[in-house]
Design a protein around this ligand. Structure first.
Ligand code: FES
Length: 135
């Protein structure tokens, strides 16, 4: 499954207009995000943290295909969360199902940075053994 979920409120977001960086923890891998140049064009909202992670070869789990119907893409936005779109009620409902929920938790497929700040994003421990590079 991928694309849009017709059963949820569609999130509002602003795509970045300039380059910015996301550092993924615990690997410490920093990715330069160039607007319009993500190769991944599916799984999650355009410009989402999930798409950026997948584009960088980080295999962040996303069981529902990025349509806000699971919580396996749970990430913790340690820095730069102010530059991301607001979570919808549907996203918050799904996050309630995620283990290890924090005030900075987001669904990677629904969280879209606007590029005004660099981000530090932690992939929680229960997803770490799924992370691999170069798939
Ligand atoms: S991949 Fe299922 S909610 Fe993000």
């Amino acid at each position: 499954m991928s694309g849009l979920n017709p059963y949820i409120q569609q999130p509002e977001y602003t795509l970045p207009q300039k380059n910015y960086r996301i550092t993924f923890l615990p690997e410490g891998k920093t990715v330069e995000v160039v607007p319009g140049e993500l190769r991944i064009q599916w799984d999650g909202l355009p410009g989402s943290i999930l798409r950026t992670a997948l584009d960088a070869g980080l295999d962040l789990d996303h069981s529902c295909g990025g349509v806000c119907a699971c919580s396996t893409c749970h990430v913790i936005v340690r820095e730069g969360g102010e530059s991301c779109n607001d979570a919808t009620e549907d996203e918050e409902d799904m996050l309630d199902l995620a283990p290890g929920l924090t005030a900075q938790s987001r669904l990677g497929c629904q969280c879209v940075p606007n590029g005004s700040q660099d981000l530090v994003v932690e992939i929680p421990a229960w997803n770490r053994n799924l992370v691999s590079e170069g798939h």
